[in-house]
Design a protein around this ligand. Sequence first.
Ligand code: LLP
Length: 429
Amino acid sequence: MTPTPQWLNGPLENRGGKLYFDGVSAEELAEAFDTPLYVISESRIRDNYTRLCNALTRNYEKIRVYYAAKANSNLAVLNILEKEGAYLDAVSPGEVFMALTTGFPPSRILFTGTSVRNDELRFLADSNITVNFDSLSQLDRLLKIKVPTVLSVRVNPEIGAGHHNHCITAGKNTKFGLWETDAVKAYKTAKAAGVERFGIHMHVGSGVLDVDPFVLALDKLLNVAKKVHDELGVSFEFVDMGGGIGVPYKPEDNELDLALFSEKVLALFKRRVKEYDLGEPFFCVEPGRYLVCDASILLTRVNTVKVTPFKRFAGVDAGFNTLVRPTMYGSYHHVLVANKLDAPDEETYDVAGPVCESGDLLAKDRRLPKIQEGDLLAVLNAGAYGYAMSSQYNARPRAAEVLVKDGKCAVTRERERLDALVSGQRVAE
Ligand code: LLP
């Protein structure tokens, strides 16, 4: 199969029918580090970050890009983005810990959690990072522990979007954010307690390829900001429109037009900020997927080819324990036969993992070159919510991760060994 040119963008390269990723041969990587293997391109992460920053600063100078660490919290990835000067969006004390371990200063970390425990609030307060509140209860409980100098409130902008119901995080049916009246109450409570500096936040959802939902929701968010400003005299240091910028997964998907996104979103932002007299707040975004998704592939080896009266299965060594998105959301991930890029698509396959469930399919009904046992498949766009959502289900140790750059590579996470399966466990007497 000759991959469509769009798959040969960025780190993917076809050299004589063989897949190379950021200058390194996929077959050599699989040989050296075994499979399943996540391969991460350093250059692609840097390029994605720079492209986004440039697109935004073209329309507004005061911007901050918070990397949503939940997409991929490999320390090497965090380290690259820290060096680039990114800020970080953390969803758990664990992510805060990892960010601090990487070297992110507390002032560059924003915590946005939901259903947060008191001991977690204490940890956040002690870490001196900025907390973005998701409920009035969370705010009340934190204020009893410590009055922070700066805080932010996650507003439900009433408009949600996303690639799957599970990933729409605003609107009527979601647990996230505060509705307008409660948001105003939250700022009132915080101000009365002595908080002096504020931000305001929203997140519509994940995997959004249209600009309109962002614009509509941002308009609502700024409307709430105006209300808070007018009623309480609160001014905002930052306005955070959350993450959610989608990437194309299917060959026919279009990219989100970043220039248009920046232009439309920031035109509205600047207009409303002026109209509502909101000063000169930083404009923040929280991309996870956009920065890391196409910067990683998953390499998996074919163990078995099985033909039934109805189906042709390519059985590989990565399952939904390794990459859960196809099973969990029905997500499409493009698959290439890494050692046969120039071969014609001859057969239709389901690519199945080793997990003992029928839903364990990485790809369904895919036209691919004739697959033989021992072939190497590359699952594309595996960098966001890939390793991060992997598990040891069926008692399978997790995969390894390798970072590649300009033809060189380094292991950034060792493959788990069998002893990882029993670590921390005890048989009760
Ligand atoms: N900010 C907040 C508050 C979020 O909840 C999220 C994602 C992000 C930023 C980053 O969103 P992104 O730019 O990556 O779309 N596991 C799902 C995605 C769940 C995203 C949850 N929140 C998936 O594999 O598609």
